[in-house]
Design a protein around this ligand. Structure first.
Ligand code: NAP
Length: 283
């Protein structure tokens, strides 16, 4: 067997657990890993895996080779470090040695969860991602945009939005690289900085309809979320995280995507055009 054929056979024999497989990033990880020949075991509550119920973990992890871990709803949540610690140790104990954790760039609140992974005994890789472009096309921010306005506490700060498909491609490359990225913390961003105002203007141009951006103070945004029934502890976390992330610390690009994939990250304009064509902001 040639070396390439052997690599391919090894990859095809590999089973990867994908948590958050029904979500923005996990669904793309599942797709990309499957396209690369891995056997994907999707993990979400509908499939019997619950982060809040450790008795559901072993069933999902048993006989797998690797896992992509995301923690809902935010890697900076107070319970995340304990959850990652317990699950990663259980995974290692079951022989699932290669673990890739989705973390958030610049988010101090995420550091304990990253540390929990590093000390688990796994062959770990942390993928710290910038803000997802798809936050603007999937999830709670879309409704306002469908009605012509994004209200958000990002001021005029700039951010290198990343297309989640690039995260998925990087995670897949990490999973299929042997231990090539073990012990590494990769920072992934899109190719250029945009303010939220500029990002919304790009979407507006792609849809052909007017969508405006209205910056609001973080605390007022939190109060509005509470008014919509978001639980107080979640509001506190979001306010805390937004205040951290919107202070300009993330206003620079990295070459993480190019380092792993050997190509530039997808551009926001292409994301906006494709999502508009798919009807993301049609209501
Ligand atoms: N959004 C960003 O810009 C950004 C940037 C960097 C990092 N991150 C990190 O990315 C993660 C979120 O990823 P995402 O946006 O891809 O997810 P998402 O679209 O918000 O989807 C959430 C996923 O979590 C699953 N889930 C929720 N509660 C669960 C539970 N108790 N047990 C098992 N699964 C559960 C959901 O599945 P079911 O509901 O089907 O069970 C769903 O698949 C967070 O940790 C966040 O900190 C986000």
């Amino acid at each position: 067997m040639t070396e390439n054929a052997a690599d391919k056979a090894n990859t095809q024999a590999m089973t990867v657990v994908v948590t958050g497989a029904s979500g923005r990033a996990g669904s793309r990880v599942a797709r990309a890993a499957s396209a690369a020949g891995l056997t994907v075991r999707e993990a979400s509550r509908a499939r019997g895996f619950d982060w809040e119920d450790p008795t559901t973990w072993a069933e999902t992890l048993r006989d797998a080779d690797a896992a992509y871990l995301m923690y809902p709803s935010d890697i900076g949540a107070p319970a995340a470090a304990e959850g990652i610690d317990a699950l990663a140790r259980e995974a290692v104990g079951l022989g699932v040695r290669r673990l890739v954790l989705l973390s958030a760039r610049g988010e101090d609140q995420a550091l304990p969860a990253e540390e929990a992974l590093r000390s688990s005994g796994a062959h770990w890789t942390v993928v710290r991602a910038a803000w997802f472009a798809q936050n603007l096309s999937e999830g709670p921010l879309v409704e306002g945009m469908v009605h012509g306005e994004l209200v958000f506490p990002a001021g005029e700060v700039t951010e290198p939005f990343i297309d989640v498909r690039d995260i998925a491609d990087v995670v897949t490359a990490v999973l299929t690289s042997g231990d090539g990225y073990a012990g590494r913390t990769l920072e992934l961003t899109g190719p250029r900085l945009l303010s939220w105002r500029e990002a919304v203007a790009e979407i507006s141009a792609a849809t052909g309809s007017t969508i405006t951006y209205t910056p609001v103070p973080t605390r007022a945004y939190g109060e509005a979320l509470a008014g919509f029934g978001v639980p107080p502890e979640e509001v506190e976390l979001l306010v805390d995280v937004f205040e951290t992330l919107m202070d300009g610390r993330n206003a620079h690009v990295t070459d993480g995507v190019r380092e792993v994939l050997g190509r530039a990250p997808r551009d926001f304009t292409d994301f906006a055009r494709e999502a508009a064509a798919a009807g993301a902001w049609k209501g």
